[in-house]
Design a protein around this ligand. Structure first.
Ligand code: ADP
Ligand code: MG
Length: 229
């Protein structure tokens, strides 16, 4: 893959937790990887293999102890904390297993929030939130409080929220882990559709049912990449 095809490039990335040599954990160990732009890449591995730690470093939520993380050609370590926060807000969308919505807000308000944080004003922010909600099939649920929605609907709100600022990269950590298989199927189909229109999607999961939807499958074991399929 040439530099232009890679949305994310990891070089020799490691992450250790704990300072003591005797008790520290090497969560990610010397990972080098290029993630193809506009594709769905699935990182699979058992619990504790380092998937969440890897995703957190790609998303700029956690700094590596060694190595470099480049997103869209930008070395995240070169950014000030404020510039990194701004880059995350505008360029990276996050989706988590447990949705992390604001329960007291409606579906639409949850989707509008990152637009407001990025400086958009009404009515433009509303118009955009409605448009993204339609894309995930939530038009009939816009005014529902998020706590009143089903798990699958909540995850679709979370995906719409993650897409609101049109990020180039969408990161999802076990996005189907709290859902039954039917709702989970719908979520991975949606993530696949997001990748098909040009957003780079990186999903970490131990759910083998997601494999048919992936363009590339990266397998992790004990903090290292064991295979790329
Ligand atoms: P996965 O997402 O594949 O289940 P994680 O990245 O969460 O794996 O964890 C990898 C390893 O790093 C595990 O041994 C875990 O206990 C350890 N780990 C993760 N986060 C921390 C932390 N904040 N402090 C200490 N150890 C951690
Ligand atoms: Mg995890």
């Amino acid at each position: 893959m040439t530099g232009l095809d890679a949305a994310v490039r990891l070089a020799g990335v490691s992450r250790r937790f704990g300072a003591l040599a005797t008790s520290s954990v090497q969560a990610v160990n010397d990972v080098s990887l290029a993630v193809r732009r506009g594709a769905l890449t699935l990182v699979m591995g058992p619990s504790g293999s380092g998937k969440t730690t890897l995703l957190s470093m790609i998303g700029g939520l956690l700094a590596p102890t060694e190595g470099t993380v480049e997103v869209e050609g930008i070395d995240l370590a070169s950014l000030t904390p404020a510039a990194l926060a701004d880059f995350r807000l505008r360029s990276i969308g996050f989706v988590f297993q447990r949705f992390r919505l604001l329960d007291a807000l409606s579906a639409l308000e949850n989707i509008e929030l990152p637009l407001t944080l990025a400086g958009a004003r009404r009515p433009a922010s509303r118009v955009r939130a409605v448009e993204v909600a339609a894309r995930v099939g939530l038009t009939s649920r816009l005014d529902s409080k998020s706590e009143a929605l089903s798990g699958g609907e909540q995850q679709r709100v979370a995906i719409a929220r993650a897409l609101a600022n049109a990020p180039s990269l969408l990161l999802a950590d076990e996005p189907t882990g709290s859902l039954d298989s039917r709702a989970g199927h719908r979520i991975i189909e949606l993530l696949h559709a997001v990748a098909a229109v040009g957003t780079t999607v990186l999903v970490v999961s131990h759910d083998e049912r997601l494999i048919p939807f992936a363009d590339t499958v990266v397998r992790m074991e004990d903090g290292r990449i064991s295979a790329i399929e």
